[in-house]
Design a protein around this ligand. Structure first.
Ligand code: HEM
Length: 243
């Protein structure tokens, strides 16, 4: 993989990733709590309102922010490699559970599953969570499972990294389409003005997600990470040749 920027220090990148993650979490919480009526469904029931609010909260905080933290675990967590691997796997597991539960909340609406799957957002969301699930399972089998052949792990590691970053990017793109769909609906059907506070909050949330993904991906592919990946591959390679 290309050396993107030889002088980029990892600490400011992690700091910026944290700050943008926190801002995004606060913005989505503020949107959900201060503009509850925007999430009211036709049924007007309290239960449907909770499901409608839970979807963006689980997807943004549980799925996107947690998986970003998990991607960078080797950067911020001190300790042994096996500890980092365990935390990586657990955080990704919680993110995946949030993603599945977040989609499940949408199945609770009056219309049922078939009526909902009409939008690009829902198709991308399904692809994204399915890839994430497959990636988690592959990661579990290849890196966690001690009996797995080392040569297989060497071959799979670059694909694990590529697919992990691709799925993360896809999650951000999916959330952006979700925000756009929701805001367009509010502006066209619920008379929310185009220059209202709510529109500014939702647009800022979208921008925050774009910034967050920039810092997370840059921190993940920055040179320090690359050198540790190369030494890991070298280590696996020599162990493989000597065994
Ligand atoms: C990674 C993030 C996200 C993923 C993977 C995701 C996934 C999905 C999926 C699979 C559906 C279809 C469920 C069904 O139709 O039964 C859906 C529906 C929906 N989502 Fe998201 N979502 C994400 C973020 C968001 C965000 C941030 C919003 C903002 C409010 C949002 C708003 C909606 C809305 C309004 C629907 C119902 C309309 C539709 O099916 O397109 N989503 N989402």
């Amino acid at each position: 993989m290309a050396n993107l920027s030889p002088t980029l220090p990892s600490v400011p990148l992690l700091f910026f990733a944290r700050i943008s993650g926190l801002t995004v979490a606060l913005l989505v919480l503020f949107w959900a709590l201060a503009f509850k009526s925007s999430f009211l469904t036709h049924s007007l029931s309290q239960q449907d309102l909770i499901y409608a609010i839970l979807h963006p909260l689980l997807m943004v905080i549980g799925f996107i922010i947690l998986s970003g933290k998990a991607i960078l675990v080797h950067r911020w967590l001190p300790g042994s490699r096996s500890l980092k691997k365990s935390v990586h796997l657990c955080l990704q597991g919680v993110a995946l559970t949030s993603g599945i539960f977040g989609i499940w909340t949408k199945f609770q609406g009056q219309n049922g599953i078939v009526a909902n799957f009409y939008s690009l957002h829902s198709w991308m969301g399904l692809l994204c969570v399915s890839l994430f699930g497959a990636q988690w399972l592959m990661g579990f089998l290849n890196f966690w499972h001690r009996g797995e052949a080392r040569s297989a792990r060497i071959r799979i590691l670059p694909w694990h990294i590529f697919l992990g970053l691709y799925t993360y990017g896809l999650a951000i793109a999916t959330a952006e389409t979700g925000l756009l769909e929701k805001l367009t609906l509010l502006q066209t059907k619920r008379n929310v003005p185009k220059h209202s506070t709510e529109s500014i909050v939702v647009n800022s949330l979208g921008l925050g997600l774009a910034l967050l993904s920039c810092f997370v991906i840059l921190a993940a592919v920055s040179p320090k990470y690359q050198s540790s990946l190369q030494s890991k591959l070298l280590y696996l390679d020599t162990r493989c040749l000597s065994s």
